[in-house]
Ligand binder design. Sequence first.
Ligand code: HPA
Length: 271
Amino acid sequence: MSQVDTCLAVIDQAANGFVPQIGMVLGSGLGPFADRVEAVASIGFDDLPGFPQAGVGGHAGRLVLGHVGGTRVAVLQGRAHYYEQGKADVMAVAIQTFKAMGCEALILTNAAGSMVTEAGPGSVMLLTDHINMTGVSPLFGAQGNQRFVDMTQAYHHGMNDAMRSAAKANKVTLHEGVYAWMCGPHFETPAEIRALKILGAQAVGMSTVPEVILARHQGLPLCALSIVTNYAAGMSPTPLSHEQTMEYAKMATDAVERLLHAFIKAFETPT
Ligand code: HPA
């Protein structure tokens, strides 16, 4: 039995036929959103073979299944990053399990540095595209023609429009931008940030892009939100640290939770 099949059996045992509509990955600082789910089941990653053994502070490591505003969701509270083990496909089983469970779409979230002055710490950014600066793919070693994934419209236009509407209706200021994936775990140099700006990125972070690639490989439509926790290196006198990331992620939590709640409540299967 594959790891995904084993995960499905564990999930079915715990949640008895529950079929989520949306899969979600909660990044640094957004973990508490899982507490807003009317949970049907909660399963520790330890019980799900191939799921990430989350290691970074702020990541609880469990899969919560339940309802948000009447919509069925499967929420990953915690994720793993490429920088932890140097494995770009560390989220592969989790994303494949979302698909196998029946998810129709994904919402990915992360904490990121901002490269635009308008979007300061505590603001929220909708990702419109990304630049993979790492040179690696979570699909290294994948077989078959499906591995040549079209990334032209990786961030689903309809879902992004729905996110914009939810933001407007709930008076959440929603910035938009292109996310540059850097491998981490070190932060960037000011020279790297100047280079990323020239390349056309507005946000920088150490996650999400491998999940986007894995999801598109599975044919899952998705959208992604960054919580801006800091101005990128060289843009502010504040030194960069994980503690600062966690602290500032909390500033945006309220707005992001309202936004997510509204989006999920109004969710329609993307076409
Ligand atoms: N750079 C990379 N990753 C990050 C940052 C940053 O400035 N802030 C939060 N995650």
